[in-house]
Design a protein around this ligand. Structure first.
Ligand code: URA
Length: 241
């Protein structure tokens, strides 16, 4: 698919203002395409091939943005909700204008790594059960998690609704009344990790996603903070898709 789009749409997506503001900007003669001033907001432009200047400055066009967030507890993984705050409420307008959405879901009370992007193909691949991308979680679990659980998880736990989960790798960090574990799952069913532990009569009381495929949670990000992925991180994730 080509990248030819209306000039006002490109500039609005790049954060130069609302469609109305951008139209005004174009009308004022501030925008040049390949060195020629254009005042037509509906001009068709290929931003990947043509040079767009706003007030003399060349804009660095990009189609996709990729963010990594340390999702805090208490916000839901959705693009909008009438009652609760969503992860998008934490994102600046400079990125929201790209129409990003979360890659997969974390429960309201789960924290940790969440990718947000407008790259639909990457979003689909990273969450598709066919691709089986590893997702690693750290959890604190009420009840003693033991070697029997490791074997059950390895074989594929049958959840209470009868669904047989794909084999998962369970690592016990500390076996006690509140056990500390790491679990690697390759699918993302609703409440997956919580329901896997329920199936062995235990309760997850804390859950944090540590990684997704090649991407690890950046421990410098406080809960609620995010940053853009580096070129290298993007390439590594793409190689999984
Ligand atoms: N599994 C869960 O139960 N919850 C999450 O948020 C993610 C995985």
């Amino acid at each position: 698919m080509g990248t030819i789009q209306r000039l006002d749409k490109i500039l609005a997506n790049m954060g130069f203002g609302s469609r109305k503001e951008v139209k005004k900007l174009i009308k004022s003669g501030a925008v040049q395409i390949d060195g020629n001033i254009t005042t037509d907001a509906e001009s068709k432009v290929d931003p990947e091939k043509q040079a767009i200047k706003v007030n003399g400055t060349l804009i660095n066009y990009r189609k996709y943005v990729y963010l990594i967030m340390n999702k805090p507890q208490g916000v839901i993984t959705a693009t909008e909700d009438s009652r609760s705050s969503t992860v998008l409420d934490l994102i600046d307008e400079e990125y929201l204008c790209f129409d990003i959405s979360p890659v997969g879901r974390l429960d309201k009370n789960t924290e940790g790594l969440l990718i947000l992007t407008n790259d639909g193909e990457m979003n689909h691949s990273l969450t598709s059960p066919k691709k089986g991308v590893d997702k690693v979680y750290y959890a604190e679990v009420s009840g003693r998690v033991n070697s029997k659980d490791i074997k059950l998880f390895k074989r594929g736990i049958t959840l209470k609704d009868g669904y047989k989960a794909l084999p998962a790798d369970l690592e016990i960090i500390e076996e006690s009344d509140i056990s500390k574990i790491k679990v690697t799952v390759r699918e993302g069913k609703y409440h997956q990790v919580r329901r896997m532990f329920e199936a062995v009569s235990k309760k997850v009381i804390f859950l944090k996603r540590l990684s997704m495929g090649s991407l690890e949670l950046d421990e410098d990000l406080e809960p609620g903070e995010y940053r853009e992925l580096t070129e290298r991180e993007i390439e590594e994730l793409k190689s999984l898709c």
